[in-house]
Design a protein around this ligand. Structure first.
Ligand SMILES: C[S@@+](CC[C@H](N)C(=O)[O-])C[C@H]1O[C@@H](n2cnc3c(N)ncnc32)[C@H](O)[C@@H]1O
Length: 462
């Protein structure tokens, strides 16, 4: 297998950023923007619903805010190392930990001399708390690595009401009067006057109907990233986002002709970004995603399920995993899919899935009974009993269950992966899982321990 290149740009690295950052070359990046998961007091903070993200979530949480700061410190040390001596650094945080992080950055990483601004990103939204004032801003801590750095501060329209319509001047006695031109006419102030951008930025949250909105709750508005990147970088500069999420920084960098590198621990996030950037025409490489059966075996169950559903460009079931035995639906035609991270899937699994398929079609249209109803089980391998059961279901129940191996998905040789004529790479990113179907942190932790070879039954012969 070709080794990963840590020198390249247009690369999304899938993995813990601590490990990835430690392999990036020193002094190589112009701008770092990071929007890490906040140290927020919510019990659930799962965005992608895969275990890699949740393990990371648990690491950050155990031990309270100082543990969170330690977790961030070791990563930011690496970011500092990879930043060019002329590079700049933007850390996006909210009120929970911004003050702890500022002290850490001043004392342990950049030094307070290199602190440049506390940018307040102010936005409007409806909040209903009666015991606190509405929280209507995030904080972005801006540092430079050295004394010399690139910053082109934009001007913005002066939206403050003008205190006077006329320009003022002093007369011979020192009194303030209205200034006049040579013809004695009062000089009017220009209302379109532009002023230098300050440190409070009013940028709306992403509108629910924005064409850029992918539906992930932590997605940041492209306008915010545009402002940071146009101000702090030039075309061709290298931008790094080590907590890249659904890729707002990277897509804005691509549009502004900056080079970019993204890192995210979640394979699902990496897949969403790959599609976003491919749609913009970028020649994207994703490093660190599972490439073979052994790596897919090693994935945690939810990650494996996400991988399969993404691979067929399907949609996730709107119920929690395991319910009714349907984990997702195929692209366009919406046929039910069950995902098993198992070898030698047996008769019993097919039997249960057959019932689930019947129920699924019955709930959609009661008159489908006489028609052939189709579904797929996707697993590493199937025992002989499962093939016999498939034949019986077809003959007796008019239910057509197709057994698909993971290898066929890896090779993209199965029609499920080709239904769109292999245009999946350029399809819009999949919508996020419905919040109600996301597993809780506890459920994800439990699934770590779940046995995966649950289906190797007595009927199986291979
Ligand atoms: C708040 S989101 C970033 C959202 C992003 N700014 C956007 O606009 O889409 C934080 C991301 O950090 C990722 N993450 C959490 N822990 C990580 C780690 N240790 N290494 C890399 N990524 C991590 C999560 O998977 C999540 O996608």
């Amino acid at each position: 297998m070709a080794s990963r290149s840590f020198q390249d740009t247009s690369v999304i690295h899938c993995g813990d950023n601590l490990t990835i950052l430690s392999q990036l070359p020193s002094d190589s990046v112009d701008v770092i923007y990071l929007d890490p998961p906040f140290f927020s007091n919510r019990h659930y903070e799962v965005i992608w619903g895969d275990e890699a993200e949740v393990r990371s979530f648990k690491d950050r949480w155990q031990g309270g805010v100082y543990n969170y700061v330690d977790w961030m410190r070791e990563r930011i040390r690496e970011m500092y190392r990879v930043l060019k001596p002329t590079g700049t650094f933007f850390l996006h945080c909210d009120w929970h930990a911004s003050h702890y992080l500022k002290v850490m950055l001043d004392n342990d990483i950049f030094g307070e001399t290199y602190f440049r601004n506390e940018i307040v990103w102010s936005y409007k939204r409806w909040t209903s708390s009666k015991r606190t004032l509405s929280r209507l801003h995030d904080t972005i801590l801006f540092y430079s690595k050295g004394k010399t750095y690139f910053l082109e501060i934009p001007t913005v329209a002066n939206t403050n009401p003008n205190p006077s319509q006329y320009v003022s001047a002093k007369d011979d006695t020192g009194r303030t009067v209205v200034a006049r031109d040579d013809a004695g006419r009062p000089i009017k102030r220009s209302m379109s006057e532009r002023i230098q951008l300050g440190d409070v930025w009013e940028i709306p949250l992403m509108s629910p109907v924005s064409k850029d909105r992918l539906g992930y709750p932590t997605q940041k508005p492209p306008a915010l990233m545009e402002r940071i990147l146009t101000m702090a970088s030039k075309p061709g500069d290298i931008v790094l986002d080590p907590f890249a999420g659904c890729g707002t920084t990277l897509t804005v960098a691509q549009k502004l002709r900056r080079r970019w590198i993204g890192i995210d621990i979640s394979p699902t996030a990496c897949e969403v970004m790959r599609r976003q950037l491919s749609m913009l025409g970028a020649d994207v490489k994703v490093e660190g995603l599972p490439q073979n059966v052994a790596q897919l075996h090693a994935l945690e169950p939810f990650e494996f399920q996400n991988w399969v559903i993404n691979r067929v460009n399907g949609t996730h079931s709107t119920r929690k995993t395991g319910d009714m035995g349907i984990d997702g639906f195929s692209w366009l035609v919406h046929e039910p899919i069950q995902v098993k991270q198992s070898e030698r899937v047996g008769r019993e699994t097919v039997d249960k899935f057959e019932t689930a398929v019947e129920r699924n079609y019955a709930s959609m249209a009661p008159d489908t009974k006489g028609k052939l109803r189709k579904g797929y089980i996707i697993a590493f391998s199937f025992g002989r009993g499962s093939h016999e059961e498939v034949a019986r279901a077809r003959l007796e129940k008019n239910v057509d269950i197709e057994l698909v191996t993971v290898q066929e998905l890896l090779d993209r040789s199965h029609p499920l992966t080709q239904q769109a004529g292999n245009i999946f790479d350029n399809l819009a990113p999949l919508p996020p899982r419905d919040a109600a179907t996301l597993p809780s942190v506890d459920e994800l932790a439990q699934s770590d321990e779940r046995a995966v070879a649950e289906d190797a039954g007595p009927y199986d012969s291979n």
